[in-house]
Design a protein around this ligand. Structure first.
Ligand code: ZN
Length: 134
């Protein structure tokens, strides 16, 4: 297994519309779209940039993972996603290397990607997402 590129950077925000102003009006990025990911209780805004993208994540519920993250850490970079070509193989590879996975099985993330999170205890306190999508 080999990570192919940084698929996206996930940033936890309190208010999507307000944060978007910084990324679009100040940094000059373009909003590629938004998506509600019910499973994660999150609304995602996609800001493609070159070969990768920034994803802004706003919780839709106070008990969602992003709300909990902000409660504990405040707003900020929440995870980094690496593109892989085969998520099942990538999970197996991680486990073979002794990494602890949050997801032993892939699940569906934003944009229909198949994703799995590596436990930050195994990845030096960075929440790493593995992502397979076309
Ligand atoms: Zn992500």
């Amino acid at each position: 297994m080999k990570a192919l590129k940084v698929d996206h950077i996930g940033i936890a925000v309190k208010n999507l519309d307000e944060t978007l102003k910084f990324y679009t009006e100040v940094l000059g990025l373009e909003l590629g779209g938004t998506e509600l990911v019910e499973d994660q209780k999150v609304k995602v805004a996609f800001l493609p940039l070159g070969d990768t993208e920034v994803e802004l994540l706003e919780s839709t519920s106070p008990d969602g993972p992003i709300a909990k993250y902000i409660e504990k850490n405040g707003e900020g970079i929440q995870h980094i996603a690496f593109k892989v070509d085969n998520i099942e193989e990538a999970i197996k590879h991680m486990e073979d290397k002794g990494m602890r996975m949050i997801d032993q099985e892939p699940r569906y993330g934003a944009g229909g990607a198949k994703i799995a999170f590596v436990h930050p205890k195994s990845s030096h306190r960075v929440l790493v997402e593995l992502s397979e999508r076309d």
